[in-house]
Design a protein. Structure first.
Length: 287
């Protein structure tokens, strides 16, 4: 499959993941419980799609340890990120989480020998400058704790992407999504119980939110990005995810009345410009 045909699904995936933080804000359950149900429902949906598509996990099971490792990183990502939304704004939480692009570029070059092309690197730099503009303005408002939680979640998401890049060459998308989400859900359930949070007894509205978190940002977002990892390099997917910062900020403004300051508008424009440039350079510079 050509890279150009991958970019539209990636764009749709970014729109889907942009809704995640808004749904989390509307939920009232503890962060670990929210993360457990989102990934639990994602695993169930992945299982249904696996049965419908006829895809199967490799019989020899050689990739199970790496898929389980990916699930661990995903659980840590969601645990830290959803918790960060209680301590900082949606815009900043998503922004600092999406600085995972820095970790991906560094780790991908060291571990996978994948370097983003020089032309595309300029787009990465512009997107990161935009991220720094937004982050600098928010740090001045005293939200450092939440920002650091989000930054840690970005590190774990980078590790999740890199492991997925290795495994997706051999494991089909729906078996991969089912096992990764299932492992993550199990780990988050254990963490929630150990923290004293009940897993049952929430209002029907909460369960509806959990399900839609799995359906839209889970299947439509993360699963689509994992599908794309089979066809394009991890750094390019990582840079594209920066677009979530802009989408989530706009939704927070419209639905949660979280105002956008001048530095958020300026930084968002730079993020969009950087992503567009990186994707176009990566395409045109390919032999």
């Amino acid at each position: 499959m050509t890279d150009q045909r991958v970019y539209l699904p990636v764009f749709i995936a970014i729109l889907c993941v942009s809704t995640a933080s808004i749904m989390v804000r509307f939920a009232s359950a503890p962060p670990l419980v929210i993360a457990f149900y989102r990934l639990g429902f994602t695993a169930l949906l992945g299982c249904l799609l696996m049965a419908f598509s006829g895809q199967k996990y490799p019989a020899q099971g050689l990739y199970l340890p790496r898929v389980a490792l990916s699930g661990l990183f995903l659980a840590l990502h969601f645990g830290f990120w959803i918790t960060s939304l209680s301590y900082t704004s949606v815009a900043s939480s998503v922004l600092f989480t999406n600085l995972q692009v820095v970790f991906v570029i560094i780790l991908s070059a060291l571990l996978l020998k994948e370097k983003i092309r020089p032309g595309a690197a300029l787009g990465v730099a512009v997107a990161l400058i935009g991220s720094a503009v937004i982050g600098g303005g928010d740090i001045s408002r005293g939200r450092l704790g939440g920002d650091l939680l989000a930054l840690a979640s970005g590190l774990f998401f980078a590790a999740y992407l890199l492991v997925g890049r290795r495994v997706r060459d051999e494991v089909e998308i729906w078996p991969y999504t089912t096992v990764v989400s299932g492992v993550s859900a199990l780990l988050l359930a254990l963490a929630a119980v150990k923290s004293g949070h009940p897993l049952l007894g929430y209002a029907p509205r909460e369960y509806a939110l959990f399900f839609f978190m799995a359906l839209v940002p889970g299947i439509g977002g993360h699963a689509m990005l994992n599908w794309a990892l089979k066809y394009v390099k991890a750094p390019l997917i990582s840079v594209s995810i920066l677009g979530e910062s802009v989408g989530a900020s706009l939704l927070a403004y419209l639905l949660l009345n979280e105002s956008l300051a001048w530095f958020q508008l300026l930084g968002g424009a730079l993020v969009i410009l950087g992503i567009s440039w990186a994707v176009s350079r990566e395409t045109t510079s390919r032999p």
